[in-house]
Design a protein around this ligand. Structure first.
Ligand code: ANZ
Length: 927
């Protein structure tokens, strides 16, 4: 082998790994397991850019390291392959999404293979594969067949609920269910017909069909979940989203709110990520309280987190959607109220929550009575109160709550302080300090006393109680789109029933166009014969036409990797008992309130039903930072095709334009390439500085439209995959956001060449010596082993790269080519630069691949300093250096110093007045 020929080395070892499959992970009770999971990619048409593999490289380093430490490592890869972009493309081009998806996957795999990942490809999953989504459908049916029992705090079989209803009706049941289910007795239940019974059961099932207000995106022709909507627009595509009532499948994730919250305390995740989930779940402790309405039988129940402020209530506010409004509104106020309800209806929930500046509302004409102080308080409606949260009604305390304050100011309603320390002259004062004022039974109490007493009062009088609310809503689980998993449900007389397990999967049918029908039905309505015939029946029934949302397939995929080809179960209990859970999960924060919440929910459900064993699927999670693009700009003189270099642009009126970064080297534009880039630029002229065109730059998101995308294939072509891997780690701490730049890549490449030369005489001749290493050489290698091992364990991979660089510099300086040292060094390098390491390992005469070697064990003896070289300062000037054994007694050191020839010279033979020994630092001699 000639010089460091990374191209052939890398091809050779990628081929070897593919043939030998050293990364294939099978259950092996003799070895401890390690499961590292990467968030699997959606295979987009654009392919991978250098930012995508950052997390994969990090997990690959950990996996390769763990293998050398004796772990049986599961490191799989797959594709989240259903989704909107492939379908949008299909609509535009008529290409079947399956075809484009397959092409994109092939390209991704090729790109991933070029980087030298140690994935076990035999476990690959694709969520759009019927063998895979058969089990996604199976889990859906399990959810459909379950309800949540708050008493046992777990999901149970729906048959248990049926028996309970038949025995006791529904009044004894404490279940997660729709609101306002009328109470019924056992006799009632048994008298209900099938349709009625099924309708009731649907209100308890963990996945259910109901009329709900959804985020409807007309341009995409589908509903979106809350986490797919940002500021009233779709996250993908940026299309407007409106609120609309529709019959939809939902998942009763709210049943798990408390467990999802509690579970966060047991996982090793970044604190900000946990906080995002906590906020999304939004637990708030408060109270519910009833207010009687004057001249009406009905009452208004409010939810408040500040029951202590109940004596500061000066009005009540209802969400404009409440039915009660019609009933209590006086004739005099009717017109005003109806007009307002009409206006409020068309505002999105987000607008209503955030648009506090435009205060609006209407008075119903009705009054309620505050039971604490018997005050008569007006009842208003306003859009800042949301129908879907709490009870949809609030007791307004303008002294304590800013929205109430603004409302009171606007409509000239009274504002009362609640505590004697409050100042409400300008704004609401939410203090809990001091004593409660105002007449009433809480007078003179502190915050805690007031809260406790108020709740006791509510309970004694049967008008309320302490109450916990969660902000999280049930998750919509349907898309009116084609490219997703069919929902395994058929309808018999309008009632949904699950498909039998043996008939799964319900395969996505072929259709002529990927668009809704003329009647507005989802694309699946175009499929011919998309019906289901239950066993033993000769009727066929229509199947559900919406498909599952993007998050279905990713909510359980880590189990499938454990046992990817199992035809009889989503995972065998044997595989699950061994692999258990994910030891390290690496992925982006953008999945905080979507995927990471839904997966935990499905996992808890699977646990409840005995299908899974671990309450939390991802023990440790790390968010890799994004690699941002480094965009380059040229400056066009306005109205011309002339471009002026960065330093001269102030002399002209210019507009910046993104330029393709591959046409730029170190911010210098290749002007000829620029002219060839686009037809409109072929006559471009340039005003240069120092003979060069210098581009400006900015750090932005890496994206096609900004022409700053760097393809890993190009880097690999030029420097090799090992350089790419190490360079991406070298860019900075894994969790940090950092711009891509190639400035330092040469340095990493040179390091790998230098590494190669340690093993060669010149570049060409492999030559290592069998002599025993010197003490100094031992120190270098053992220190390196220790530091790299610690760094990998802490995922501090940028510092381990620099540690390896230092080691190579030192060993080069020592001209060390000792086998004993270099063998250890190769294994230490192997997680980072596996191709080079394999090649050198083979040259060292080993068979079987370095990935199966054992990570070297460092020897403490070489790490502790045994001697220290002391500077000897005489009257403040360092005159000599003498090494002493660390544990040498003070007296012996003093004697030796005095006896030293150089010291004697500077002290002129006099006995020093003082000698101070600062251990491991300096020896001061004063004459
Ligand atoms: C009286 C009060 C006094 C309140 C005070 C706050 C401060 P979180 O923490 O988010 O749960 N609220 C209740 N239901 C509402 C709804 N459907 N739409 C809008 N606001 C609603 O907030 C609960 C508080 O938000 C409740 O406590 C209620 O106002 C209001 F000094 O009651 B509070």
């Amino acid at each position: 082998m000639a010089s460091y020929d990374f191209q052939s080395i890398e091809k050779k070892w990628q081929q070897y790994w593919q043939e030998q499959q050293p990364f294939k992970a099978e259950v092996n009770a003799k070895k401890p397991k390690f499961y590292a999971l990467d968030m699997f990619p959606y295979p987009s048409g654009a392919g991978l850019h250098v930012g995508h593999p950052l997390g994969y490289i990090a997990s690959d380093i950990v996996c390769r390291f763990k293998r050398t430490k004796g772990f049986n490592v599961l490191h799989p890869m797959g594709f989240d392959a259903f989704g909107l972009p492939a379908e949008q493309y299909a609509i535009q081009t008529g290409q079947h999404p399956a075809v484009t998806t397959e092409e994109n996957i092939a390209r991704y795999k090729e790109q991933l293979k070029n980087i030298g990942f140690s994935f076990d490809w035999s476990k690959e999953v694709q969520t759009c594969d019927p063998d895979y989504y058969k089990w996604t459908q199976w889990i859906f049916i399990q959810l459909f067949n379950s309800w949540y029992d708050y008493e046992a705090n777990k999901a149970k079989d729906i048959e248990e609920l049926v028996s309970a209803f038949a025995k006791d009706g529904n009044t004894q049941i404490n279940a997660a269910c729709d609101e306002d289910i009328a109470p019924f007795s056992a006799a009632d239940w048994n008298a209900f017909d099938e349709a009625k019974q099924q309708e009731i059961l649907l209100q308890y099932r963990l996945t259910y069909l109901s009329e709900t207000t959804v985020n409807w995106c007309p341009e995409m022709g589908t509903v979106l979940s809350n986490d797919e909507v940002k500021d009233g627009f779709s996250e993908r595509g940026g299309f407007p989203v409106v609120r609309k009532n529709m019959k939809q499948w939902s998942m009763r994730i709210t049943a798990y709110a408390e467990r999802l919250l509690e579970g966060l305390d047991s996982v090793n995740w970044p604190e900000p990520l946990k906080e995002m989930q906590r906020n999304w779940i939004g637990k708030s402790k408060g109270a519910e309280m009833d207010y009687a309405i004057e001249e009406h039988e009905d009452k208004i129940t409010v939810f408040t987190t500040r029951i202590d402020t109940v004596c500061g209530v000066t009005f009540l506010v209802l969400a404009p959607e409440l039915d009660l409004i019609k009933k209590i509104t006086t004739d005099a106020q009717r017109k005003e109220v109806e007009d307002y309800v009409e206006v409020a209806k068309n505002k999105s929930e987000r607008d209503r929550m955030t648009n506090v500046k435009t205060v609006s509302g209407a008075f119903t004409g009705a009054y309620a009575i505050n039971p604490f102080n018997k005050e008569r308080i007006p009842i208003w409606i306003a859009d800042y109160v949301l129908a879907g949260y709490g009870t949809g009604a609030v007791m307004a305390v303008p002294g304590g709550d800013q929205r109430d304050f603004d409302f009171a100011k606007h409509f000239d309603l009274p504002i009362l302080p609640v505590y004697d320390s409050m100042d409400v002259s300008k704004e609401a004062d939410a203090t809990k300090e001091g004593k409660i004022i105002n007449k009433g039974i809480l007078e003179g109490l502190s915050f805690q006393e007031g809260t406790d007493k108020a709740i006791a009062f509510l309970e004694e009088n049967n008008i309320g109680s302490g109450k916990i609310n969660y902000r999280i809503r049930d998750a919509i689980f349907a898309r009116q789109r084609y490219w997703g998993e069919p929902v395994p449900i058929y309808f018999k007389e309008g009632i949904p029933y699950p498909v039998a397990q043996e008939d799964l999967p319900i395969v996505l049918p072929e259709i002529d166009k990927y668009l809704p029908t003329a009647d507005g039905d989802p694309p699946l309505a175009r499929a011919e014969g998309f019906t289901y015939t239950p066993k033993g029946s000769n009727e066929s029934y229509p199947l559900e036409l919406s498909t599952m949302p993007g998050w279905a397939g990713s909510s359980w995929y880590w189990y499938r990797y454990m046992d990817a080809n199992n035809e009889n179960a989503f995972v065998s209990s044997e595989a699950q008992a061994y692999w258990k859970d994910v030891d390290l999960y690496i992925g982006g924060t953008e999945h905080a309130t979507g995927h990471l919440l839904y997966s935990r929910f499905w996992n808890k459900f699977l646990c409840d039903k005995g299908f899974a064993k671990e309450e939390e699927p991802f023990k440790k999670l790390v968010n890799q930072g994004m690699i941002q693009g480094r965009s380059n700009f040229v400056y066009r003189i306005k109205g011309t095709n002339k471009f002026v270099s960065l330093g001269l642009r102030d002399k002209h009126e210019t507009s910046p334009m993104h330029v393709e970064v591959s046409l730029v080297d170190n911010d210098i534009l290749d002007t000829e390439a620029f002219k060839a880039w686009r037809p409109d630029l072929k006559d471009a002229e340039f005003i240069l500085e120092d003979g060069k065109y210098i581009c400006g730059y900015e750090v932005e998101k890496m994206s096609k439209s900004k022409y700053n995308v760097v393809n890993p294939d190009d880097i690999i072509e030029k420097y090799g995959a090992d350089t790419l891997r190490m360079y991406e780690m070298f860019l900075g701490p894994l969790e940090q956001f950092k711009p891509w730049s190639t400035h330092g890549i040469d340095g990493v490449f040179k390091f790998l060449r230098k590494f190669w030369r340690l093993f060669h005489n010149g570049e060409e001749t492999f030559e290592v010596a069998d002599e025993a290493p010197t003490n100094e050489e031992q120190k270098v290698i053992h220190r390196t082993i220790k530091k790299v091992e610690e760094d990998i364990n802490n995922l501090s991979l940028n510092t381990s790269v620099s540690t390896l660089m230092i080691a190579v510099n030192e060993l080069t300086a020592l001209k060390c080519n000792k086998r004993e040292v270099l063998e250890k060094l190769v294994i230490t390098l192997s997680p980072f630069a596996p191709h080079l390491a394999e090649e050198l390992w083979e040259l060292l005469g080993h068979k079987g691949g370095v990935s199966l070697a054992q990570f070297p064990v460092y020897d403490e003896r070489f790490l502790t300093e045994s001697t220290h070289e002391y500077p000897i300062s005489i009257n403040g000037k360092v005159r000599a250096k003498i090494a002493f054994a660390i544990d040498k007694p003070k007296g012996e050191i003093e004697a030796e110093v005095l006896d030293n020839e150089v010291v004697k010279k500077w002290t002129e033979g006099k006995t020093p007045k003082k000698m101070i020994i600062v251990p491991k630092r300096i020896i001061n001699v004063v004459v």
